[in-house]
Design a protein around this ligand. Sequence first.
Ligand SMILES: [Zn+2]
Length: 628
Amino acid sequence: MRYRLRVLVVCTVTFAAYLSGSGSPPVQAIRLHVDLTDAPRNIYHAHLQFSVHAGDVSLVFPKWIPGNHRPSGPIAALTGIRMEADGRPLPWQRDPVEMYEFHVTVPGGVEALDVFLDALTSQDSAGGGGPAASSNILDLNWNAVLLYPKAARSDDVVFAPSVTLPAGWKFGTALPGARGSGDLIEFAPVSLTTLVDSPLIAGVHYRQVVLTKPGETPLHVMDLVADDAADLAMTPKDLAAYKKLVAETGALFGARHYREYHFLLTLSSQVGGHGLEHHESNDSVASERTLLDPNLHMLEAGLVPHEFAHSWNGKYRRPAGLITANYQEPMIGDLLWVYEGLTDYLGNVLADRSGLLTDEQYREALAATAAMLDHRVGRGWRPLEDTARSVQILRMITTPEWVNWRRSLDYYPEGELIWLEVDSIIRQQTRGQRSLNDFCRQFYGGESGPPKVVPYTFDGVVRALNDVAPYDWASLLKERIHATSHHAPLGGIERDGWELVYTDQPNAFTEAAEKMYKFADFSDSLGFSLGRDGKFADVIVGSPAYKAGLGPGMKLLGVNGRKWSPELLHAAVKAAQHSGEPIELLAENAQSIQTYSVPYLGGEKHPHLQRVTGQPDILSDILKPLSP
Ligand SMILES: [Zn+2]
């Protein structure tokens, strides 16, 4: 067996766990066994055993999922619910108002309640779009396979988890105390908080890569599973980069808030499609050839550093509104521009400092982000903070129509620009003596040790920034998150000695993304992007295409009288610049077909960063590695 053996905490210890109502005496750990042998068919079978007393019991299914920041617990996928006592079925009822709550009456003389349930996993429960499992791999998020006593604090409820894997599969998880025989693996009892925070991945093709030197603590390992064994190959350069990533986080934060850390990396184009952060692991899914294909490698380079940085920003330090006693309490997302925005900034900077991205690739990605946000016309009505507060509704939209007008989860990319600006201001104010690195060390460092959560507020962030470099941070940040505006906050780029420019040369990031995800991007010229099938994904409000009457959902059929292709459209944009003639686009709108005349003569436009001569290059300073 390839799984790791660790010292098992003795399983018979009695833990305090609470059942519905107050005053219940401490009970033993809730046993949870998950039979994963049907994972290839995307159904996980769970058996829970609760210690109970006679009376009414209310059990709940986790609703508000950490890292998702919203009520995304996959309740509709919860099936096959059965409750039993001593082998006899007990009738249960769903609460008529709260769909995540179940009621059962336990008869006298009964001490154990058995609950059986199945999780349908054709949509993964970590926030991605794809299924959680395939014929070769699976991703288990425990929140999808358990109930717990209503009103209990997740820190106080103890679970004794175990799994049965498909025959011969190997697994990775940060869950402690694994021991097993054959495909049955038992783990040490842990709090519900730790359980939900410790997903497990498994697969036929599994590889573990150790990223710390022998004897160095805490241990960092990468657990990889892939649909195809060949996709597990890691180049020596990548191995060195991931080791460097560990070193860079040590140098940046100065402390680690985990006992050991697992990078759970699934390489698959079928399953998941998410990256989800945890204290002691991250559960990330990248396309299957990410380690082999240079384009995919570049596009996915920020994923793992982003999720890793969350161990400090998001898990250890967390906005007070996102800290809840259990998974039924609502979360408030107002500070997600710190939680996700700063993580986006640090993730990309760490990817560069570790060698997963080159400086040029970093700048191309930043230019594409800045241009995209500069075209978000909806910034005129929707302040950035509203995109964070609205995470619950914005996350539910999976199509790109009118995204420029609606805005999306802009607190990620716009947060990146804001934190770049903050970093630049600190460096300028202190004449290069201090930087955001100092903020990270003070705010996220502290003492190393096992996971804990320390809340923060807007005022706390401002105070910590003022400790690093006195400035009117409160006004600046309030302006960035509360005000509406016509342009993206490009102050960081400009203070750093660069400017956003548009040329006829493709942006390396966008070009790679177009190739990989099969779309064509004309956002910066005609004002739209469209799929290879010609369907307009989005049309930017106020752009030449918008003024001509085109809209998302329509389908492009022809360009200047010929059948459309991305190449033909690029050629038409170039030709119009010289001919002065409008571009004629034939498009289908449901049952109608019409020609739209687009008088656009500006030629091809793609975003890049260009040095401003005579100004110091602060951006290159930011990207310098901190570790030797
Ligand atoms: Zn994130």
